[in-house]
Design a protein around this ligand. Structure first.
Ligand code: YXS
Length: 257
């Protein structure tokens, strides 16, 4: 479902499951995590996460068919998307997300969890929990909040509409927007620049920034209240309707219960 390679201390992971629009299934995510582990063993100093050249869909997000019903938390600790986000954040070297095509849902969070984002002008980004009545989890929302001003995060999450790369670049959420004909050279030139610098200093700064970005206090009372609120959502008729509507390829009808 992916291909990966290492060239002069730069590792590349290419999402390659076009049939399911690179949906972040547990199998595809497992392969990405394995590739990152191999990069660590090979002392890769910068990684590039991309899809095949010219794709229309970079990734369609969490594999909806793997979202659980029956009162189980859809984004619990062991969920593939949650594991992928942690692996990207904990990977010792910088990860550059190179984006062509549209990015959806959990894939949008995945890109925002990368260290640097380079996209073509045609790329779009949609945060979609509200499209499926999914109660996003706390660390997932923190990824959005660390990437975007709260008003932009709310617009993305409440409208669930794709937003153009150029708009996100104007707001500093995306580092560079680069024409499709130049994006590979631009991305790998930056990767080579990173590789020339001191890897220990970079990996420590990446870990320091991860800790600082996650340094939010939340009382046990607040955490339990949030989990209770999320449980109401993933036990709701709307959540079940969202999943069934996707599988039946129809627009969901939400009734707030
Ligand atoms: O019908 P077949 O078997 O060929 O499969 C179709 C789609 O069902 C499948 N597919 C997916 N399967 C599982 N999970 C997905 N997220 C997913 N997306 C697509 O791939 C095959 C081709 O899809 P199709 O025909 O729709 O392709 P298209 O080129 O016409 O349209 C591409 C998309 C991405 C615009 C369209 O597939 C789409 O809207 N996909 C869903 C995007 C989305 O809502 N993603 C969020 C997933 S939930 C998630 O990430 C988080 C839990 S949350 O929502 O909370 O952020």
């Amino acid at each position: 479902m992916i291909t990966s390679k290492i060239d002069a201390a730069v590792g590349t992971i290419t999402l390659n499951h076009e049939a399911k629009r690179n949906a972040l299934s547990h199998v595809l995510v497992g392969e990405v995590i394995e590739a990152l582990a191999a990069f660590t063993r090979e002392n890769v100093r910068c990684a590039v996460l991309r899809a095949a050249p010219g794709v229309k869909v970079w990734s369609a997000g969490h594999d909806v068919t793997e979202l659980p019903l029956g009162g189980l938390d859809p984004l619990g600790w062991r969920d593939p998307l949650r594991q992928l986000i942690r692996e990207l954040e904990n990977f010792s070297a910088p990860v550059i997300a190179m984006i062509e095509g549209s990015v959806w849902g959990g894939a949008c969070e995945t890109v925002f969890a990368c260290d640097i984002i380079i996209a073509t002008p045609e790329a779009t980004f949609a945060a979609t929990p509200a499209r499926h009545s999914v109660p996003y989890n706390v660390t997932g929302l923190l990824t959005f909040l660390n990437a975007a001003h709260i008003h932009i995060a709310k617009e993305m999450l409440f409208t669930a509409q794709p937003i153009a790369a150029s708009r996100l670049e104007r707001m500093g959420i995306i580092n560079h927007v680069t024409p499709a004909t130049e994006i590979e050279e631009f991305t790998y030139a930056m990767a080579r620049q990173i590789v020339q610098n001191a890897p220990l200093s970079i990996s420590v700064m990446k870990e320091q920034l991860r800790i600082l970005a996650g340094a939010h206090t939340m009382s046990p009372h607040d955490f339990e209240r949030i989990q209770g609120l999320r449980r109401v959502v993933y036990n709701s008729d709307d959540y079940s309707e969202g999943l069934h509507a996707f599988k039946e390829k129809r627009k969901p009808e939400f009734h707030g219960r």
